[in-house]
Design a binder for this molecule. Sequence first.
Ligand SMILES: [Zn+2]
Length: 290
Amino acid sequence: MPELPEVETIVRGLRKTVAGKTITKVHVNAPHSLIQVSDSFGSKSFADVLQKRRIIQVDRRGKNILIALNGDITLWVHLKMTGRFVHIEYNHPVNKHDLVIFDFKSTCTNRIRYHLRFNDYRRFGRLRLFHNDELWLQKALANLGPEPLEISRDEFISLCRGRTRMIKPALLDQTFLAGLGNIYTDEALYAARIHPRKITSTISRKKLYELHGHIQRLLRKAIRLMGTTVDSFSDLDGRAGRFQKYLLVYGREGMPCTRCGTTIIRKKIGSRSAHFCPRCQRLRSRNTIH
Ligand SMILES: [Zn+2]
């Protein structure tokens, strides 16, 4: 699933390619569950609402993409597992997983006409249209925790020490901290030498201080390298990310720890799997919830 750096890569790509442009037509080839239009638009379809709208700006909140349109409307996109945007030549053959196609008004500087496609082979992605005044009332947005790149060190320490839950599921919980997923939580916990089952309130201030630093460092580096591609992620031009070369635990089960040589293990913690080094990331039993 695309996490914060991958979504940020897409957002930056959208800003560069379609921000400021006017949508002329939208072709929908998607199941109804993928496209949602708020009741406040009456009987208008997704394509009807978007037609002739101009993209004012593109923002990210956690793993959510918020495309602001004129008329106080926002197109809220969640890529889920395999959703992606592709900025591609108009006459490039349409793939059966190109579920929504956005045409734009061409300008005289456009030598080759491009359009934007939302492609999703697993079809879990969501594209939703809301009026701005109702957007932030939506639970999935309203309940988001702080942004990992914006939260201060002290706020992060209070957040963790104020709860009693295992650190790995906490970091994955979007209402606790928004934007992290399996890859970057595993990498950050490894870097800070914290066991994924460690209870947040029992982690020392010093360790949390380190963890905060590692989370921000890893996310910044991953954004610089245009994300991590372990499955299908690519940027708007179809290029893979480059951060996967720097993964030290994620996807490395059975391989030696780069610090101590112990075999990296993968264990189910909560409902997700965690990769970690059992030697570098030790756990004392009194800190575990069984
Ligand atoms: Zn180790």
